[in-house]
Design a protein around this ligand. Structure first.
Ligand SMILES: Nc1ncnc2c1ncn2[C@@H]1O[C@H](COP(=O)(O)OP(=O)(O)O)[C@@H](O)[C@H]1O
Ligand SMILES: [Mg+2]
Length: 364
């Protein structure tokens, strides 16, 4: 049988570049090489696409070598080729399916998915709209609310308004959100730019930090909660995994606690009543469908300690994919090993592309 050629794309211009390299490395190790032929496509921190050398090794060494030939996918559905930009080398690959392992902006946000759509290539994960919504905490919560899903109270404001009238913003937060609260850039990830604010003295600094990362900022009521996550897999009717719990090493699950601390722990499966687990799984599926996700997503919840009330915090459309990441671990605990998970995701990408290809584009 002819092997399916999978283009794994990783690295990229986001703050989660390094996480993406680890995710890609794990996928590369685990993918069934009898069935799939892998083409590694690295994106440097400056946004250059490379395939000519071992891009994973190159990106890990953090050099942007001049002699590496940058390549591009052209937004034209002729032959799904990766084409060298300079004509020094003429390596061209036809890609059957893309597997974007890009976290955060310029990858998880619909931008690269738009390119795949133009080039008419199947790709793993959500489409343009769901990806974009998934990376915008404000739009995502609005969609959840419209489906009646429980979301923590928040307000949203633009950086420009903050710069022009900070007093007004501060009094609005103090009236409607109060302390403690979380200040977040709307479009980011990995807790980058997020601060927990305990008192008025900390508020302005927190907003200024968030304003560095995005033009849209959220102030959200802090929930004293356990953090529970479920993995989703499928297209129109997703399956949901057992839940897992995160015990962050720090006061909240900040960047350091996520990636550097040895003391953050995952408890799989999360300890909870059958009833609560069903409630979480049901909300996870509804959230996936509300956003019209495809392929995969990780649903993150807050389970309020005092009341056991469930809040949906977010859906991640390209969750962390290292061997020790929550997304694959929850599937493993639900009976689906890592290699089979990758296989399933690629099959879902092909199915989704087939389904979309049924659309006609002319007026009848
Ligand atoms: N409203 C909230 N109440 C309690 N903790 C929160 C709240 N919002 C965020 N956090 C903490 O901050 C972390 C990161 O916030 P999150 O909104 O998930 O952003 P990211 O997309 O960067 O993961 C969460 O995992 C949690 O530990
Ligand atoms: Mg999160």
């Amino acid at each position: 049988m002819k092997k399916i050629r999978v283009g794994i794309i990783f690295g990229g211009r986001s703050g989660e570049h390094e996480v993406s390299l680890s995710s890609a490395e794990s996928i590369l190790k685990a993918i069934n090489k009898n069935k799939y032929e892998v083409v590694l496509i690295g994106i440097t921190k400056k946004g250059k696409w490379i395939i000519s050398e071992n891009p994973l090794k190159l990106l890990k060494s953090q050099v942007e070598k001049e002699e590496v030939v940058p390549v591009a996918l052209i937004g034209e559905p002729s032959d799904r080729q990766i084409i060298p930009i300079s004509n020094k080398k003429t390596r061209v690959e036809r890609i059957d399916v893309f597997f974007p392992v890009l976290h955060g902006p310029y990858g998880e946000d619909g931008s690269v998915q738009g390119l795949f759509e133009l080039a008419d290539v199947p790709y793993v994960g959500s489409g343009v709209a769901a990806s974009a919504i998934g990376l915008d905490k404000d739009l995502m919560k609005k969609i959840f609310r419209s489906e009646g899903l429980p979301v923590a109270d928040y307000i949203v404001f633009k950086r420009k308004i903050w710069e022009e009238n900070s007093k007004k913003i501060i009094s609005k937060i103090e009236e409607e959100i109060r302390y403690p609260c979380f200040i977040k850039p709307a479009n980011a990830g990995s807790s980058v730019g997020i601060t927990k604010v305990h008192c008025p003295e900390e508020l302005s600094t927190a907003i200024n930090i968030a304003a560095k990362y995005d033009r849209k900022i959220l102030a959200e009521v802090a929930i004293d909660a356990r953090e529970i996550e479920c993995s989703l897999l499928g297209n129109d009717e997703p399956e949901v995994s057992v839940p897992g719990e995160i015990i962050p090493a720090n006061e909240f699950y900040d960047y350091e606690a996520k990636y550097h601390s040895e003391n953050s722990r995952l408890i799989i499966p999360a300890r909870s009543s059958e009833k609560k687990i069903h409630e979480l799984q049901d909300i996870a599926k509804k959230a996936f469908k509300a956003m019209d996700c495809a392929g995969m997503a990780r649903a993150d919840f807050f389970l309020e300690k005092k009341t056991e009330k469930v809040y949906i915090n977010e859906l991640n459309t390209i969750p962390g994919f290292t061997k020790i990441s929550m997304y694959p671990k929850l599937w493993e605990a639900s009976g689906l090993p890592y290699t089979d998970l990758i296989d399933k995701l690629i099959q879902l990408a092909i199915e989704n592309h087939k389904e979309k290809s049924k659309n006609i584009t002319r007026y009848i």
